[in-house]
Structure formats: C-alpha cells, structure tokens
Write a protein of this length. Sequence first.
Length: 168
Amino acid sequence: MPSPHLYLVDGSSYIFRAYHRLPPLTNRHGLNVGAVYGYTTMLWKLAESLHKSDGPTHLAVIFDAGAKTFRNDMYGEYKANRPPPPPDLVPQFPLIRDATRAFSLPCIEEDGLEADDIIACYSKAALEAGWKVTIVSSDKDLMQLVEDGRLDLYDTMNDRRIGRVYVI
C-alpha cells in the first residue's frame, strides 16, 4: 500500500488569481461573483486532473483568515505597501469557503496566520509522519519547503511540478 499523499491547496492564491483573471460577473442580486466562479472552476479542474494512482489520499484548502498576522505585531510595516483586497472581492470570501465545503473539502484557516504558515506547518508534520506532500501553488515563498522525492509544488497555472532542480 502506498504511503499517504497530502495535497494542500493555497486557496488564497487561487482566489486572487480568479479575481484578476476574469471580468466582473454578477449574480441576479447584483453581487459580484466572478472570483467565486473562477475559483470553483480552478478547483474543479484540479480535481479532474488528479490521478487516483499518484494523486492525493488527503486534500485540504488553506486560506488566509485576515489581514493581520503575528508578523504585523513583530514589524509594524509588514506588507504596509500591499493594498487591501478590492471591495467587490471581500463579500465573495465567505461564498468561496461555502463553495469549498460543497466540494466536501476542509477549509483551514487560523487567525493571526497566513496561508503560507499553515501550509508549512501541515507539510512539516506530514513529512515527519512519512507522508508525501504536494503544495498546489505557484507562490515562490513556498519553494523553500521543497524536498526531493518528498515534497513538491504543483503549479496549476503552468501545469508543472516544481521540484528541487527547478528551485535551484
């Protein structure tokens, strides 16, 4: 029996990619839902692309819980130049979490932590338990976690696996 294989989807990066990629779409109530549509389309495409033989035994979607993290307490200027999310995107956040749960996938987030922090913690714990890990993200910050044959990144935008050789 193969060892467990954990896939961790960087949901926050999926949201922003979907929002900026699609034109504004509204529902019958006039609420912008373009990011919800784009996000769910990307999640569906990911699910369809995963093979049962080498795909995940476990999968979770990780989100940023909010704008303030422990890093803001350590350094007041942390991400000070990053603008807040667009006002028409904010109401879509709970809808995206609901959509994720509709896929029967866990939504993991924690106040005071970024999605990257949670992904790193779950990755390290899974590796210590002997699991294989794939992080679904193109975030370069997460490349520092790559371990040859044990942890890779899957960049769905470019449909490529990122391993040690690519990182170096």
